[in-house]
Design a protein around this ligand. Structure first.
Ligand code: GUN
Ligand code: ZN
Length: 462
């Protein structure tokens, strides 16, 4: 992607300068690979200054405030923590209507609940309704960027991006390519036509405002070799324009066995994707729970990103993600967090972090709040190769911001009295899995969610 930072609303070049004041935390480097204390900035009384959708200054209130005429206003958030908006590296908005379906393991769950629901997205009105509710869930949970599967139909892609445009969010999606091993009502009728449609949607949506497009073969078992080949060619043709490839990899044992039986000549599941030209720097692989060393090496060589989806992995009884393997300093990968709605059981990134801690503990590793919240923000931006645009609070960055209420309930307020520094407090927050931790969400400098207002959600001002 061209990393040049351009103002979002050229017509608003001289928007008034505005500020947000509160505790402030932002990451500037990867704490899995560097001394953790050098990877973040924390200000007990911080100020973010914004104009034209971008951050123009950040730091300690007493140092930053005198430098600006905050004619656009100053919003103060006592007892709150200002952070970059969360980044959800893997989700299926089309599964919002069947999240929390009592179920089975992955392949049964797909057949029983997922495929019938996704078949309904041929209907644009239904897709619009789901997109509307999905975005409200994102913003209510402080998520400002998500890398999202739609499904087979153009209507499902259009509905998603149209809603994203209304909020002005930076989002990634695309048509899902799937031409075998699923019901006729959901299946692409031909590999050629499906990839042509994907390319038409790419031309329509990629880099339109803040929207970005991904080539999305669902996973190896639901595409014919021909569809994977054409999808790989499409990805390679548009890779330099910042187009993504997004799919699932190595989630569960029975899935991995199925891939081996469908592609017996390939040396591994990851090798299937590599063979068809689907691995590259903007390839995002969801799950990666049961990964062989040769596969990690392959993913590392291509600069791929990985989405760890702990609540989904627990819910579906998949394998367990191993961050220490993914972040092995000999061949580290870019790693972020995904809700994987509707395999995941909620829309909250902080709650995923609480589950990620438990998944690691089951394997005798622990994951502290510092590294967890890095994964949720800058780590996610690195997975998406957007770390120069989003995921941190620094001058030049897009002003996508989550304001966390550190005392959202009576009990939380009381419990926080016994917590030490900001990371101890964040650990309490993610471990209690509290609802309503978001006090406000800003997208490109506009407040789009504020639960205290009579109308909590508002589309961006255009
Ligand atoms: N593998 C292929 N499709 C899916 C899906 O919809 N959810 C999950 N968790 N895994 C998948
Ligand atoms: Zn998924």
């Amino acid at each position: 992607m061209d990393d040049r930072i351009t103002p979002r609303f050229s017509a608003h070049d001289h928007d008034p300068v505005k500020g947000i004041r509160g505790q402030l935390l932002t990451f500037k480097a990867d704490p899995f690979l560097n001394a953790p204390e050098e990877c973040y900035d924390y200000f007990a009384d911080g100020l973010v200054v914004m104009r034209d959708g971008h951050i123009i200054d950040v730091g300690d209130y007493s140092a930053v405030a005198p430098r600006h005429d905050l004619s656009g206003g100053l919003e103060e958030y006592p007892d709150c923590l200002i952070m970059p908006g969360f980044i959800d590296c893997h989700a299926h908005y089309v599964q919002s209507p069947m999240i929390a379906s009592y179920g089975d393991t992955l392949l049964e769950w797909l057949n029983q609940y997922t495929f019938p629901m996704e078949s309904r997205f041929r209907d644009k009105e239904f897709a619009d309704e789901v997109a509307r509710i999905y975005f409200r869930q994102l913003l209510q949970n402080g998520t400002t960027t998500a890398n999202v599967f739609s499904t087979t139909f153009a209507s499902s892609v259009d509905a998603f991006f149209e809603e994203s445009e209304r909020y002005g969010t930076r989002m990634i999606s695309g048509k899902v390519l799937q031409d075998r091993n699923l019901p006729d009502s959901l299946r692409d009728s031909s590999a050629e036509e499906s990839v042509e449609l994907s390319e038409r949607l790419l031309r329509k949506w990629h880099r339109r405002g803040r929207q970005l497009y991904a080539v999305i073969p669902r996973f190896a078992p639901t595409s014919t070799p021909e569809q994977l080949r054409l999808a790989g060619e499409l990805y390679q043709r548009h890779m330099d324009e910042g187009v993504y490839m997004h799919t699932h990899l190595d989630e569960a044992e029975d899935e991995i066995r199925w891939v081996a039986s469908l592609f017996p000549v390939r040396s591994s599941y990851a090798d299937v994707y590599d063979h068809f030209g689907l691995l590259g720097p903007r390839s995002v692989l969801a799950h990666c729970c049961v990964v062989r060393e040769d596969e990690w090496n392959l993913l590392h060589r291509h600069g791929c990103g990985v989405a760890h989806c702990p609540s989904s992995n627990l819910f579906l009884g998949d394998g367990q993600f191993k961050y220490w393997e993914a972040k092995d300093p000999k061949r580290p990968l870019r790693v972020g967090v995904g809700t994987d709605v509707g395999g995941g059981t909620n829309f909250s990134i902080p709650r995923q972090l609480g589950e990620a801690y438990k998944v690691a503990m089951l394997q005798a590793h622990s994951l502290d709040a510092l590294r967890s919240f890095y994964l949720a923000t800058r780590g996610g931006a690195e997975v998406l190769h957007l770390e120069n645009l989003i995921g941190s609070l620094a001058p030049g960055y897009e002003a996508d911001i989550a304001v966390l209420n550190l005392k959202p309930t009576e009990f939380a307020a009381w419990r926080m009295k016994f917590a030490g520094n900001i990371f101890d407090q964040l650990f309490v927050l993610m471990t209690l899995g509290l609802q309503s931790v978001i006090r406000a969400t800003y997208v490109a400098g506009c407040k789009v969610y504020d639960p205290i207002l009579p109308v909590p959600f508002s589309y961006a001002e255009q």
